[in-house]
Design a protein. Structure first.
Lengths: 411, 160
């Protein structure tokens, strides 16, 4: 029987030769990742109640990113629990103040094609960019994994999103996802596996592929997947080919011409509220370049392409997604371009994207942001208006003070 | 068993706002749904049922979303469809999440009886019976045990 990439990955983890979409299987987990919010502070009391230990501390990665920088008693306590617990539990894979979990995890070599992984965060499908089956779970379900090393799964159907040709100048993975979410809705992925394919996807660098899989969360898929290839191996330094059988049956196969896609913007208060950037001209108060989905090295480079030699007319805040990406951006001059444009540099953490910390949106603020969700009140005040867009579009809008199609600034 | 009816795509930031995540469930529950219905957390009664449209619980993996609803006494969730991650979280906490294609027929305040294992919702106010998807037996067992944590507790006790 022909198998999709998702089926092959699930079959391996279930110890089976093949699996059928819809059947329920139990999978062995190769890797579990938690952060400070969903991790130690939630699972520690439950493990104690059970008198249980982590099934295999080598397979657990703990990353702090939500309550950084610590700013009050509660956040200090949450971080303290995380730091103490990794020692008690014997977890060596602990990254503190290194950046956002979805970016740090592959950056430090924890993901490999063929793996089956779970993360205690909804944007865990990011790992699918490396041809690993990775999805998000809540704290209690994570407890189950930590105790048993296993998890149940309804074998997903695959929804194929194929892009022919090549994306145009000023069009990025974020535009692809805002377009798809606008077209198919927040439940378009039907909690199945969404596989991104085609020549335009093959040409994308690794971190752009991560953005596609990351925002599969907003598309409502369980995971987003991309077959591994030379780009994957170059990023990881090694790796196996994992791909689906050609002509394996899929639930739906959507084909698009990449060169027809324009920069997209999602208006308040839903990532599905999407139209081409050129339809908008709203005034903004703040431009925010942050989050796992919007402030990786590739994202900072896109913003810098627009901002080189220009100044932001509005408050511009940049929170690079990982410390390592920030250091690379500093070395290569990308960061200087952003700072010269007037950007204020914030910590390598989730920050405003999820409404954590001291930098959140004030009353009636109109913001354009590279983050993943613009639900009412998520990034701060309920009266704030958040537009989602690519780093190119956010940078161009910062320069003009209005929502702006970036292509005119990339000549 | 009064029904509280909400629309499509009710997100986890509405159910359990991120700015309260640093607190315990008591404080989070106090702000449950405040962006959608300010009175909800103060007036919902033990046993009430929350009814949603499509994709109920979209967004974050934070299980404090279903946990807050459960903490307030909500006995079951009924929706046309649930966001997958939220669905798993609800069941893992022992809160039945029942998929009912006709959920939109339920009116606010209707008296409901929900049989999650059989997949049957009785609207006592209208006299209608709505067909729902039965929760698979192994998940129904999780719910009967009170969620994954007590379920594991039971399992570890019997194996040791």
């Amino acid at each position: 029987m022909k198998q999709t990439l998702a089926q092959k990955l699930v079959a391996r983890a279930a110890g089976r030769r093949s699996v059928t979409p819809g059947e329920i299987v139990t999978c062995k987990v190769d890797l579990a990742m938690v952060h400070d919010s969903s991790g130690p502070r939630r699972v520690k009391p439950m493990l104690e109640r059970l008198g249980a230990k982590v099934w295999d501390p080598k397979k657990l990665v703990v990353i702090t990113d939500h309550y950084l920088p610590e700013y009050d008693d509660e956040s200090r306590k949450i971080l303290r629990i995380a730091r103490e617990w990794v020692r008690e539990a014997g977890v060596d894979n602990f990254y503190d103040k290194q950046g956002i979990c979805h970016v740090v995890l592959p950056e430090r070599g924890h993901l490999q094609p063929g793996m089956f992984a779970v993360g205690g965060d909804s944007h865990s499908p990011t790992g699918g960019a490396f041809a690993a089956y990775m999805f998000g779970v809540g704290a209690t379900e994570m407890l189950g994994v930590l105790v048993t090393g296993e998890i149940w799964l309804k074998v997903p159907h695959t929804i194929a999103m194929e892009f022919d040709g090549a994306f145009g100048k000023g069009v990025s993975a974020k535009d692809v996802m805002l377009f798809l979410i606008g077209r198919f809705g927040l439940d378009g992925g039907q909690y199945q596996a969404v596989e991104y394919r085609g020549p335009a996807i093959r040409k994308l660098p690794m971190q752009e592929r991560m953005t596609l899989c990351n925002m599969t969360a907003e598309l409502g898929g369980q995971t987003g997947l991309i077959a591994s290839d030379e780009t994957t191996f170059e990023y990881l330094g090694k790796g196996e080919v994992w791909n689906g059988d050609p002509d394996a049956p899929v639930l739906a196969h959507h084909r698009f011409r990449a060169d027809e896609l324009a920069p997209q913007v999602a208006a308040p208060h839903s990532p599905a509220n999407t139209r081409p950037a050129s339809d908008f001209s709203e005034r903004i108060d703040l431009a925010y370049i942050g989050a796992c989905t919007g402030a990786k090295l590739e994202d900072l480079r896109m913003a810098a392409q627009v901002l080189r030699g220009r100044k932001s007319r509005v408050k511009l805040q940049v929170a690079p997604a990982s410390l390592r990406d920030q250091q690379t951006a500093e070395r290569e001059g990308t960061l200087k371009v952003l700072l010269d444009a007037g950007a204020e540099l914030l910590a390598n953490s989730c920050g405003m994207c999820a409404g954590y910390g001291e930098h959140v949106l004030g009353e009636n603020t109109v913001a354009i942001s590279t983050t993943a969700r613009n639900f009412k009140g998520r990034m701060g005040a309920a009266s704030a208006q958040v537009y989602l867009a690519s780093p190119y579009t956010v940078a161009a809008s910062a320069v003009t003070g209005r929502i702006t199609d970036p292509r005119g600034m990339l000549q | 068993m009064k029904a509280w009816v909400f629309g499509d795509n009710v997100d986890t930031d509405a159910i359990a706002p991120g700015r309260y995540m640093k607190f315990g469930i008591e404080e989070i529950a106090r702000h449950c749904m405040e962006g959608v219905d300010e009175k909800f957390s103060r007036t919902v009664k033990a046993g009430d049922v929350v009814v949603g449209g499509r994709n109920f619980g979209t967004g974050s993996s934070r299980e404090q979303a279903p946990e807050a609803l459960k903490h307030l006494g909500v006995s079951a969730l009924v929706a046309e469809s649930f966001a997958g991650l939220f669905y798993r979280n609800a069941i893992n906490l022992g809160l039945p999440a029942v998929v009912c294609p006709d959920a939109k027929r339920i009116r606010p305040g209707d008296e409901l009886r929900v049989d999650y294992a059989a997949g049957k919702i009785t609207d006592l106010t209208t006299g209608e019976t709505l067909r729902a998807e039965p929760i698979p037996p192994f998940l129904a067992q999780l719910i009967r045990d009170g969620g994954l944590l007590p379920h594991l507790e039971k399992r570890l006790r019997t194996t040791s």
